[in-house]
Design a protein around this ligand. Structure first.
Ligand code: FNR
Length: 338
């Protein structure tokens, strides 16, 4: 049997297979209120119909100033819960488990309002200079992640993923390239990890299910986090009870990235082997055979699919066909599936 289609359990959440829909911003909240729209339903629910095991929402902002764009989904207010609850009901109806990516863009927010970061350094000339966060700002932002976790539970999500990758706020604290603070949130890697560590503890006070964290395992810059730093962060996350590290890369500072099939898998595999934590592999994974190789060789526990699932909501079916596996159809499609 294809391991790609075997179930896996995180705490008491069983995913029916190892295929995850990667979080992807759709810039489709046209009223700029963070509230889910019919487009998001169609987009996410069709992948659940397509038998993806876990569907993760796009980066969903924990504070309005933490949006990448004014068209992003939000979970900064109680008004966001009703739509997300309905989304979960629909996704669950097709047997998918559901995750929400809790996010804050920090200095990469492209908004009219003030933007915030650990240090007042802009990403590049297309971005604003962020305000350096005070200790009070840090406290409020950690609390925003906690409130977002509370609302995620109310809305019925199965898994929370903290967005610590791609040069957004959490990553800005982790990286020496963007964090030049001289207080207890900057300097040593222990200090740079403190913000994420406190977010995890705050989330755990409201959320008792599985927590994933997405990180950038490579910053493509010699002065950035080293693999040693990344392994340190990973082992700290394991100690804090994080269930899986979603291993992405880049986005911290402008860089040229040589991407090729599975380019992020080696670091994902190293984290899994050296830290003994579950991992998710992402990045140019496009075929069933490639995905099966990754999970069979224990290079990752999950494969997280982005653009291939944009191109084909039935990517899981195509992967099953490639592997000669008879994937169960959603009831509605039984007569035309095999
Ligand atoms: C992304 N990506 C992304 N990542 C993330 O952590 N949160 C997000 O909201 C988004 N948004 C987003 C939008 C779009 C349109 C794309 C194409 C990508 C990155 C994505 O989740 C994934 O990590 C990469 O696309 C690499 O995987 P694939 O596409 O090669 O399978």
């Amino acid at each position: 049997m294809a391991k790609l289609f075997s179930p896996i359990t995180f705490q008491d959440v069983e995913l029916k297979n190892r295929i995850v829909m990667s979080p992807m911003c759709m810039y489709s909240v046209f009223k700029q209120d963070g509230i889910i729209t019919p487009f998001h339903f169609t987009h996410l629910v069709s992948r659940a119909v397509g038998q993806v095991g876990l569907v993760i929402t796009e980066a969903t902002a924990v504070q309005p100033e933490g949006r990448i764009s004014a068209e992003d989904l939000g979970i900064w207010g109680d008004e966001h819960v009703a739509g997300l609850t309905e989304l979960n009901e629909h996704l669950h109806a097709y047997g998918a488990k559901t995750g929400i990516q809790l996010a804050h863009a920090g200095r990469k927010a492209e908004l009219e309002s003030d933007i915030f970061a650990p240090s007042a350094i802009k990403f590049n000339d297309a971005y604003k200079v962020p305000k350096e966060m005070s200790q009070e700002d840090i406290k409020q932002t950690i609390d925003a992640f906690k409130q977002a976790a509370r609302r995620s539970k109310l809305a019925g999500f199965d898994i929370v993923e903290i967005h610590g990758a791609h040069g957004y706020l959490v990553n800005q604290f982790l990286s020496p390239l963007t964090n030049q603070r001289t207080d207890n949130y900057g300097g040593s890697r222990e200090n740079r990890y403190r913000f994420l560590s406190e977010i995890i503890e705050a989330v755990k006070t409201e959320w008792n299910g599985p927590i994933f964290v997405r990180i950038s395992t490579d910053e493509y810059n010699e002065a950035g986090n080293t693999m040693e730093d990344i392994l340190y962060f990973s082992s700290e996350m394991k100690k804090q009870g994080i269930d899986l590290i979603d291993c992405s890369s880049g986005g911290v500072v402008p860089a040229k990235i040589n991407s090729y099939p599975g380019y992020q898998v080696p670091r994902c595999e190293a984290i899994k082997k050296e830290t003994a934590i579950a991992t998710g592999a992402v990045g140019l994974i496009t075929s069933g055979l490639q995905a099966e190789e990754i999970v069979q060789n224990d290079r990752a526990d999950l494969v997280i699919i982005g653009r291939a699932l944009l191109r084909n909501p039935y990517w899981a079916k195509a992967a099953a066909d490639e592997l000669g596996y008879a994937l169960e159809a959603p009831t509605q499609y039984e007569r035309g599936w095999q």
